[in-house]
Design a protein around this ligand. Structure first.
Ligand SMILES: Nc1ncnc2c1ncn2[C@@H]1O[C@H](COP(=O)(O)OP(=O)(O)OP(=O)(O)O)[C@@H](O)[C@H]1O
Ligand SMILES: [Mg+2]
Length: 272
């Protein structure tokens, strides 16, 4: 059965779009049918990270408003034919996205894909609540710093109150993805420790993505990091996270300061 996954955070610029692209691609690399949906109306970043910006003709709003069929708006990835993108509009009014319209699109996507990965806009306003509305599970992206963790806490509150699952009294699976983790700074106590973040947020850990220039390199060439350089540390961390989403038991690797030392194992929690 199809799963709708929202990638959300509250605070902006923490790595939601990077993670939506990398997790979506990593899931597709395991052979499943995946679509990544850009809910960030007005900014339209996901198509750049996926290298599809010149192929956007129709977008989510066109489909919601009935101006284009879903198949016309979906962009199939050139490298993986089981991976697609449903882009956002750069110019249109955010108000054009209605709850009912989004619901219909999600229902249609459920028939075509195994995973529907929704890249949420920042904030806790309408765009973010629409992106999470139909989710079966949520990946809460946070950086190891107080402001990010505080905003994640608010988002967890919204996930537990504003989603359809929550309204029906069903459990919504929530996982923490700690991104931009800098081992050297963590060792100097310049960032929150993983344990501290987990204690504050008390949701299971999906993965720790190290701060890495490989992310910028991948984004510059429009190729998600798990395709661009599958053996680099952030790519491996995203692959691990995708395996956990698939229900595999994999312990979480903690990035170490020593180059190449991606060895520490922390929490052997089952994610899905
Ligand atoms: N692990 C990482 N290492 C280094 N840079 C990173 C990492 N993850 C993300 N970045 C960079 O951080 C910036 C913000 O990332 P991204 O756009 O994915 O965040 P976002 O949460 O989607 O932002 P917004 O809230 O604006 O949508 C980008 O320049 C991205 O390349
Ligand atoms: Mg984004």
């Amino acid at each position: 059965m199809a799963k709708v996954l929202v990638v959300t955070s509250g605070k902006g610029g923490v790595g939601k779009t990077t993670s939506s692209a990398a997790l979506g691609t990593a899931l597709a690399q395991t052979g499943q049918r995946v679509v990544v949906v850009d809910f960030d109306v007005g900014l339209r970043n996901l198509d750049l990270v996926m290298g599809a910006e010149r192929r956007v003709v129709f977008d989510l709003i066109n489909v919601v408003q009935g101006e284009a069929k879903l198949v016309q708006a979906l962009i199939r990835d050139k490298r993986l034919d089981n991976l697609s993108l449903l882009p956002a509009s750069q110019t249109r009014d955010k108000e054009a996205l209605t709850e009912e319209g989004v619901g219909k699109v999600i229902e249609e996507l459920r028939e075509k894909f195994d995973w529907i990965v929704c890249d949420s806009p920042a904030g806790i306003e309408r765009g973010a609540t629409l992106a999470m509305r139909y989710a079966d599970l949520a990946v809460v992206v946070a950086n190891p710093e107080v402001s990010s963790v505080r905003d994640s806490d608010r988002i967890i509150g919204l996930l537990d109150s504003k989603t359809f699952k929550a309204e029906r009294g069903e459990p919504l699976e929530k996982y923490l993805l700690l991104t931009r983790y800098d081992a050297a700074r963590a060792e100097r106590n310049e960032m929150l420790a993983v344990e501290d973040v987990l204690e504050i947020l008390s949701i299971p850990l999906l993965g720790i993505i190290p701060e890495s220039e490989e992310i910028l390199k991948a984004s510059n060439v429009g190729t998600p990091v798990t395709l661009n350089n599958p053996s680099c540390a952030p790519a491996r961390a995203y692959q691990e996270a995708a395996r956990r989403l698939n229900g595999e038991m994999v312990s979480v690797s903690v990035p170490r300061e020593k180059k190449g030392g991606f060895l520490g194992k922390l929490f052997g929690r089952r994610a899905a």
